[in-house]
Design a protein around this ligand. Structure first.
Ligand code: GLN
Length: 541
């Protein structure tokens, strides 16, 4: 069975298209279907790897080392779709490969055009994400209908629907129902958005209306009348004050998956919603709260550390506590005398119970992160360091335990006298920025008796990487002799993948990114143990 669902958006961005597409995918999986998720991004960057997190949010990394849009993180959290390079398509990649083929003379002298060459390339790339077991492919088209950039992707979707037939390819369109004045809901932008789709030659089969409250029957009928969509296929994605993981059940209650399958001619099948019901039960069962200081440099933008925040939430579900995020801009911690006032317990109940330093690049704010790590080490507050957050632990140890005052990473000081974190050997001659880091899944071997071993409950750990710098092997002897525990390595022993603090309840840093594989239905083991340690330490006083 090969069925296609194209998810587009209208009216404005940030309506939760990724969550909507993923939630539909999750529901189809609950009915035993094999779902594949694909994201089309209309930007001309070849991938998200070189984009500024301020503008674009987090870069999500796949097993095979693709640096992709953060929506792939949503797919990973909601569905079991395999996610590889092929699941993330950008305009940049499409043009890159068409231009290469043109230079190789593969168009046999023809004039190379958006239609059919660009659209054919898009269609080929979408089909490349399918495998033998695929039942349904959900293709999310980034941007908003009406944007110049997304036209070739919508045109490719139109051709798909035309070629495969309505019974095999659906259009799901997400729009906004704004509230104007005294709780008056307005359907006009939705009508215009569907018109814009129709002008592209696509009649949406399903509408998901983002609205503050569930739309009543009369409103859905009105939308149906104006848009040629059946009333039963007009759904609401309304605001929930619980969690985004409530969305699959919200859609299920409106029979979205049932109607999508009916339209695709797939016989009704039993739905097993246990995993999603369990997530909501765990959510309701949370007792008490822990405050986690996330110390980084893109704190105003929630999306910049999206997978980290989600993984903390997942860990809270398993530990039965609410995780409150305390986002601390590390530049505020650069003055050592300010640190205790910001992180320590204060009369107004401020302060944090644990610290997480996430991944990052560049010098700005690094000294604040080092102060945060030192604070957690000395005050015995649980600490989880991810990638840069691990390198920060190493620099703190170098400076404040070994007494190498100018210990640093060569990323921040090329001439550091004690380069305790240094460029990976393979990176020395790398000149290009895009796609050239140590990227993707690789194996780490944990030392028995360590925190990391206790978390994963096995020696062999597979997680994803994205970095150029590493723990410098020149300092291995000094670091271990002074007590820093080196607790995971690459299988050949050449790179340090995990460090842990001695005489500390739970202080650990990993060179990889455990957040990418965390799910609400199974938190990543390191996040789970970190939050459990924070909870237990708080309970113990
Ligand atoms: N900037 C550091 C490096 O390149 C850390 C990267 C990261 O945190 N992802 O090694």
């Amino acid at each position: 069975m090969n069925k296609f669902i194209f998810v587009s958006g209208g009216v404005c961005s940030s309506l939760g298209k990724g969550v909507a597409a993923s939630s539909l995918g999750a529901l189809l999986e609950c009915r035993g279907l094999n779902v594949r998720m694909v994201k089309c991004d209309p930007y001309i960057n070849v991938d998200a790897g070189t984009m500024n997190p301020y503008q674009h949010g987090e870069v999500y990394v796949t097993d095979d080392g693709a640096e992709t849009d953060l929506d792939l993180g949503n797919y990973a959290r909601f569905t079991n779709s395999p996610l590889y390079r092929a699941n993330s398509i950008t305009t940049g990649q499409i043009y890159d490969s068409v231009l290469r083929k043109e230079r190789e003379g593969r168009y046999l002298g023809r004039c190379v055009q958006v239609i059919p060459h660009i659209t054919d390339e898009i269609k080929c790339r979408i089909l490349a994400a399918l495998d033998q077991d695929t039942d349904v492919v959900i293709v999310e088209i980034g941007g908003t209908v009406g944007d110049i950039e997304s036209i070739p992707f919508l045109e490719a979707a139109r051709q798909f629907i035309h070629e495969y037939g309505k019974e095999n390819a659906l259009s799901v369109h997400l729009t906004l129902i704004p509230e104007v004045g005294e709780s008056e809901l307005k359907t006009k932008p939705t009508q215009h958005s569907v018109k814009a789709m129709q002008e592209m030659g696509i009649q949406p089969d399903i509408l998901i209306c983002r609205a503050p409250v569930p739309l009543d029957e009369a409103m859905r009928k009105k939308i149906a009348l104006f848009t040629n969509v059946e009333t039963e296929a007009v759904f609401t994605s309304y605001n929930v004050n619980t969690t985004i993981y409530a969305v699959p059940l919200m859609f299920y209650d409106q029979k979205m998956d049932q109607i999508a399958l009916k339209k695709l001619g797939v016989a009704s099948r039993h739905s097993d919603l246990k995993p999603w019901r369990k997530v909501m039960e765990e959510f309701e069962a949370r007792r008490g709260k822990v405050r986690i200081g996330v110390v980084g440099k893109y704190m105003e933008l929630h999306d910049a550390y999206k997978s980290v925040y989600e993984a903390l939430f997942h860990a809270g579900l398993e530990a039965h506590v609410e995780v409150e995020l305390v986002k601390v801009d590390s530049s505020r911690l650069e003055d050592p005398s300010a640190v205790d006032g910001i992180l320590g317990e204060s009369a107004d109940g401020g302060g944090v119970d644990g610290i997480l330093v996430p991944g990052g690049f560049g010098q700005r704010g690094v000294n604040g992160m080092i102060n945060a790590a030192q604070w957690a080490r000395v005050h015995k507050a649980p600490y989880l360091g991810i990638c840069l957050g691990m390198q920060i632990m190493v620099i703190d140890w170098g400076r404040n335990v070994l007494g190498f005052k100018d210990a640093d990473s060569t990323e921040f000081d090329q001439n550091a006298k004690h380069p305790v974190v240094d460029l990976l050997e393979e990176q020395v001659d790398v000149k290009d920025y895009g796609g050239t880091m140590r990227l993707g899944k690789s194996e780490s071997v944990a030392v028995e008796g360590s925190l990391i071993f206790a978390a994963y409950k096995e020696k062999r750990i597979w997680e994803r990487h994205r970095h150029r710098y590493e723990f410098s092997n020149r300092y291995r002897a000094d670091m271990s002799a002074s007590g820093l525990k080196l607790t995971a390595f690459t299988p050949d022993g050449s790179l340090v993948e995990c460090v842990e603090w001695p005489d500390h309840p739970w202080g650990l840093g990993v060179q990889f990114h455990p957040e990418f594989k965390s799910k609400p239905t199974s938190a990543n083991p390191l996040f789970r143990d970190f939050i459990a340690a924070v909870r237990d330490r708080k309970a113990g006083g």
